[in-house]
Design a protein around this ligand. Structure first.
Ligand code: MSP
Length: 512
């Protein structure tokens, strides 16, 4: 089995500064990148910005800026957000980079050479905000204005000479591809939407525009710029130094294991992208996962609705790991979810301060007071000890399988369950009542410290900063974290010094 793992986020439009929805996609991708790394995979995690097309050109014009300068500024805010979110991305690609031009031009040339592209005229609807062409049946009229039914974005009528990709020819091949690769699109409900869209009939796709200039020129006809989605999707190859298919990055990481995206851009990733790739003779990615939206109140966040939640503001008040934990645990992955200060505060109090924070704090404080700051020596484990410790080894294959199917909620629920059990174990065993039986007292503390270690490893992909703080008391650093060590019940070495632990999460007093 290959031990390489390539995961991508969508590349974001730098038309306005990032919001919570963008942060969500990135945090989820980071969770998977980190979990795969601690499982021993060689991971490549890519994010970046999608900088061409009419949407960006218009935003730059509105700001009275040269488009590249405009993109430089806003792309930087996305790059900065990556560090603020503590993303472990290996690369940050911008579609205005030379390496990307080379890759897109090459893909275009191959498609042209293979006879997959022809010149004709486009007459139809276009949404600049979605950068998408729509059929008549996808359009509605609201207050005299034409909009796209599914996204609600305004559309305009476009008539211009355009190059077309022979998408219609790929309809049956795509359907065959989906049925041969039943987990190519997840979750299942989204897969069904895509299949019915493809079955309803694919028309050839316009893949160039002539009425503006901000983009990559068609190599054989400089009057046209390449359609921004063909340009953008190719970023996943550019970052691997495509077209050099012999270089190690490409050899190790293509096809991508998972393109993580929002459900709004499924059609581009699950229909157009595999069609382009199949037509060019390149393997399609292994999976496209379309997650739900983070709603502000009951609505999708958008600049026009003025309901944007700024992740940086939330992080300033509540801390990064609390936000990461909330988004990964409280949103049912694949479905829409919402965030509010109240829900976040409840989650911090009940799960982080009372559960994880409390377990770490009280066990270590007890250890310090009664044993000293070192790992105690153990007696033989009794059944209570073994039952709780062995929960990890008996569930490891199951949780890995759930993660490989992107079942984040199952994973976190498992960890929260173990946290609850660990607190209960410490309470029930009541080591403070065992002061006359040092061996038993020591063993209970040892088991509790092992549970803290195991749980912290499982929580590391969710809350890297906090768990690293906890693991550092056992002198375990990030490079030493090994997922399979959760099956080891005697990892901690007796007599090894441990250090003190500061408060991890402060309880939020709602009356403040
Ligand atoms: N540039 C394209 C993607 C090209 S990928 C080759 C694009 N950019 S975007 O800036 O609009 O960001 C889209 C992605 O951001 C969504 O697919 C989703 O992953 C994330 N989100 C944006 N708003 C969101 C929410 N309100 N909730 C969750 N994620 C959302 O489309």
């Amino acid at each position: 089995m290959s031990k390489n793992f390539y995961i991508t986020t969508p590349i974001y439009y730098p038309s306005a500064k990032p919001h919570m929805g963008h942060a969500y996609s990135s945090i989820v991708a980071d969770f998977f990148a980190r979990i795969k790394r601690i499982q021993g995979y060689n991971v490549f995690f890519l994010t970046g910005t999608d900088e061409h097309g009419q949407k960006i050109q218009r935003a730059a014009e509105k700001a009275n800026k040269d488009p590249l300068k405009f993109c430089d500024e806003i792309s930087k805010t996305f790059k900065d957000l990556s560090s603020i979110l503590n993303l472990s991305n290996d690369d940050f690609i911008r579609t205005t980079e030379k390496r990307h031009f080379i890759s897109v031009e090459n893909l275009w040339n191959i498609l042209e050479k293979k006879g997959e592209i022809y010149l004709s005229k486009y007459a139809g609807w276009y949404s600049v905000s979605d950068e998408a062409f729509y059929n008549d049946d996808e359009i509605d009229t609201v207050n005299g204005k034409k909009i796209c039914k599914s996204s609600g974005s305004p559309v305009e009528w476009v008539e211009e000479e355009s190059f077309f990709f022979k998408l219609s020819k790929w309809q049956d091949k795509l359907l065959k591809f989906y049925s041969e690769n039943p987990k190519f699109i997840l979750p299942e409900t989204r897969k069904n939407e895509v299949i019915s869209f493809v079955k309803s009939g694919l028309k050839d796709l316009s893949i160039s525009r002539k009425s503006f200039s901000w983009g990559i020129k068609v190599p054989s006809n400089k009057d046209h710029v390449i359609y921004v989605w063909l340009d953008a999707l190719t970023n996943y190859l550019s970052a691997l130094n495509y077209p050099d298919e012999k270089n190690n990055l490409f050899k190790n990481f293509w096809p991508a294991n998972i393109h993580l995206i929002g459900k709004d851009i499924l059609r581009f990733h699950a229909v157009y992208w595999p069609a382009f790739l199949l037509a060019a003779g390149i393997k399609p990615p292994l999976r496209v996962y379309g997650h739900g939206w983070i709603l502000s109140g009951e609505e999708k966040m958008s600049k026009s609705k003025g309901n944007i939640l700024d992740p940086i503001e939330i992080i300033k008040v509540y801390g990064l790991d609390a936000l990461r934990y909330y988004l990964l645990k409280e949103v049912s992955f694949g479905n829409d979810g919402s965030i509010s200060k109240e829900k976040l505060e409840n989650c911090i109090n009940s799960d982080l301060a009372n559960n994880y924070g409390n377990l770490c704090q009280r066990v270590i404080a007890f250890c310090e007071k009664n044993i000293g700051l070192e790992i105690p020596s153990t007696d033989k484990f009794n059944n209570d000890d073994l039952n709780i410790l062995n929960n990890f080894s008996s569930n490891i294959d199951n949780i890995i399988d759930k993660i490989d199917n992107q079942n984040i909620n199952y994973y976190i629920d498992f960890v929260v369950g173990q946290l609850f059990n660990a607190n209960k174990y410490f309470n029930d065993q009541a080591p403070w009542t065992k002061k006359s039986d040092t061996k038993r007292l020591n063993t209970i503390v040892y088991v509790s410290l092992e549970l803290i270690r195991k749980i912290s490893i499982l929580l590391y992909p969710v809350m890297p900063q906090t768990t690293l703080k906890v693991l550092s008391i056992f002198s375990i650093n990030e490079k030493q974290i090994n997922f399979s060590s959760i099956t080891d019940n005697k990892f901690l070495k007796e007599k090894m010094k441990i250090s003190k632990l500061d408060i991890l999460f402060k309880k939020i007093n709602k009356n403040d």
